[in-house]
Design a protein around this ligand. Sequence first.
Ligand SMILES: Nc1ccn([C@@H]2O[C@H](COP(=O)(O)OP(=O)(O)OP(=O)(O)O)[C@@H](O)[C@H]2O)c(=O)n1
Ligand SMILES: C[C@](O)(CO)[C@H](O)COP(=O)(O)O
Length: 220
Amino acid sequence: MTIAALIVAAGRGTRAGGETPKQYRALGNKTVIYHTIMNLLAHDDISKIRVAIHADDVALFHDATRNIDDARLVGHIIGGASRSETVRLGLESISAEYVLIHDGARPLLPIETLTRVIDQVQITGAAFCALPITDAIWAVDDGQATTAQPRDTFWRAQTPQAFETAKILAAHRATDTPADDDVAIARRAGMDVDVVLGSERNIKITHAGDFALAEKLLRE
Ligand SMILES: Nc1ccn([C@@H]2O[C@H](COP(=O)(O)OP(=O)(O)OP(=O)(O)O)[C@@H](O)[C@H]2O)c(=O)n1
Ligand SMILES: C[C@](O)(CO)[C@H](O)COP(=O)(O)O
């Protein structure tokens, strides 16, 4: 049994703003992507980590990772125009039995969450971490509440999302329409995907204000 990780980090971070893409900005005294990689290297079952980066970021990536002395971090690849395309390109380069697909912009993944995903994917072949919703959920149209939604049936998806590599690669090859995440691509292909408990700590840095939250979580 081999488990690889694919970190997708080829986005531009438009919503976060700033001159440098968010994955190469500082978090503590390292970069965001450094933390993301180290969190995955923390699990002994991960035998290989591939990072998909943007063609303009090669120097930034080398700078961010030059102090990582671990042979499991293998050569980077260049991602695509959408997250889904980046994932497909990354999957084409991975030969392990299972693959964990993780956002480069989630630098605070707890080892317990990672372990839950790794354990479950080896049992059922597809698993991701997510959080149940505690607020009431309303459909809103034109600024007005319309229909209350049954919140027990909705979970907030996080990454890693893990699959048998051959199956998720086939699912990606079978569609040209990008999706928000890889669970959506898997479901499109008819795969069953198990959910395990994620973590409030496992935030995705999306907007500029998320850096302050990430710094606070890092210190805790
Ligand atoms: N073409 C793309 C787009 C996104 N991603 C990655 O997918 C993850 C989640 O995407 P998101 O948070 O939306 O990042 P960006 O696309 O960079 O952000 P934005 O939409 O604000 O530009 C990030 O790690 C991002 O680098 C990617 O690898 N390739
Ligand atoms: C993959 C993801 O992080 C799961 O929550 C999310 O769908 C990424 O969305 P974005 O539109 O790329 O920010």
